[in-house]
Write a protein that binds this ligand. Sequence first.
Ligand code: ADP
Ligand code: MG
Length: 690
Amino acid sequence: EFVFDEVASFVETSSEMETEKEESRTVAERGKEDRKMLPIYAYRDELLKLVEENQVLVIVGETGSGKTTQIPQYLQEAGYTKRGKIGCTQPRRVAAMSVASRVAQELGVKLGHEVGYSIRFEDCTSEKTVIKYMTDGMLLRELLIEPKLDSYSVIIVDEAHERTVSTDILFGLVKDLAKFRPDLRLIISSATLEAKKFSEYFDSARIYMIPGRRYPVEKLFQKCPEPDRLETAVRTVFQIHQTEPLGDVLVFLTGQEEIETAETKLKERMNDLGSKSSEIIICPIYSNLPTELQAKVFDPAPKGSRKVVLATNIAETSLTIDGIRYVVDPGYCKINSYNPKTGMESLLETPISKASAEQRAGRSGRTGPGKCFRLYNVKDLEATTIPEVQRANLASVVLTLKSLGIDDVFNFDFMDHPPESSLLKALELLYALGALDGKGEITKLGERMVEFPVDPMLSKMIVGSEKYKCSAEIVTIAAMLSTGSSVFYRPSRNQQYLADNARMNFYTDKAGDHIALLRVYNSWKEMNYSSQWCYENYIQSKSMRRARDIREQLAGLLKKIGVELTSNADDLDAVKKAILAGFFPHAAKLQKDGSYRRVREPQMVYVHPSSGLFGESPKKWLVYHELVLTTKEYMRHITEMKPEWLVEIAPHYYKLKDIEETQPKKTQSRRSRSTRSPMAKVETNKKAKR
Ligand code: ADP
Ligand code: MG
């Protein structure tokens, strides 16, 4: 049962309400004159003038007003691309791809020619490219190669309100860069009113607000929120479908898993409804959705039918899908969380902020009056989300900063400072991995690790494989771990046991998930990369093709740092040791009660149900790839190892005592002090000198 939100119904009536509705047209029909329909068009000349006059400009505008797709085109029309590329960063890969493809379409050019995008493991640009969309993380990587970004005339840091770690680091770097590049133009673009904060940070930069169009949005909320969010969301979609006039529905879910479950549920219910069901078209959109399906979400629903978009946070501000009139908002999203004390990092499902709730609701009122169904009470929400830099593992960015020659990371010009403990933990990990020396300076090994666009532990594993002569195996494993989705296909219903049996074929010696992933890849390769083979073995061929792509790139980077691909396929111990070379901090030991404990930390961790070792007779010692927190801390991707390897591979980190059978408590605390890195001291000294 939904009731009106007493607090805020009809609050967002904009000053210039427009009543005439835009007819829905096909994407192909949307062309040049379509660009003129966007709210930003009226301010084109004013905007260009401001860019000319101000080196740094903060732009705020309603989502969907045309900031991301139009500003780079205006700048190109004004001649900026004669001096250099226009770079526009996005926090999300899908947004970078999708927006680039849209702009290429508007300009009538082939994607990857004049307009292109660059995301991790995928570079769709060429010599010709003058408008380049990219993830914020990719621009950080470009800075490593081109510290002054000489090939750019304008940098747009878009979606600045998202405040990802990479965006925050970019802020500091481009702010500094602007001093050395007076010709460079910087645009910070945001959907929300944090503008003042951005402006202050960029030395009182000029703020420009693009007036938006917004129609009133009726907000309804559930009197008694129900525990099963997903079920309620699905039911609400059907309630809308059966009682509300035509218009598309946008449902906000937390990730691929929820989206797939919701899709199945919706389809089941549609079947139960019979003929009426044809009127609903389900379109999922999330970051790992195959590219060819991503575009589908923008196709208008055929006449008489209703599109139901199942989206992650990506549809909150990054992507605008036209035609949405109803929003179903369960009020949750997934965020990174990191505990600097323990070094534990996990993805958490958390309630969204009030600011997000407003953004989400606003998505229904873009082209006409809308309705937002909230499955929670907005009063229970926090005002804003904490910037990611304050709740993330910073190892990767600290290494990047060190590689850029920024030695004193504590004194970096952060817009919001991360906790000191996070920075220290990052420095300590990098020291333990050998990427930094005792003085906190980047080592040769560290410089080699930076070449790889992956987390430091993974890059250490890759670089470390040289020593164990198994680089061919290790790049395969690294690639398989980086596909972003499981390679094992698990049908939702009665064929599950067949899929599980097929999967166990790769676990013949029960060595672990890393080794199984290696076997999957090698078997697929032996079958000439056949999709038929994938189908027969319940393997996702799309993930496999992505793994092959990634593998090729990682192998190329290895070559670049002078490491030949060598195979040591018969020596699994060598492969496991190479994994440990990067992941030794992720060692866990079996406890009497069947749980595991991290070797140098007191937390309990458990085998993830998705592991091929789950439910098998437990191994005494494991190394895990990552932790996922749901009901407990689960280790995902685990492999058996020998404890003596820990002291062999990381003698500076583990002492014999760590791997002995019984550990008297007292000595443990003394020991952990003595094996602590000198980082804390070095960095505190630096601070004292300041
Ligand atoms: P903003 O950045 O201000 O939020 P955008 O430039 O992203 O706005 O969006 C402007 C318009 O372009 C919207 O109407 C949106 O629907 C459309 N658009 C953006 N990307 C695509 C795409 N890939 N396919 C179709 N339409 C798109
Ligand atoms: Mg945008």
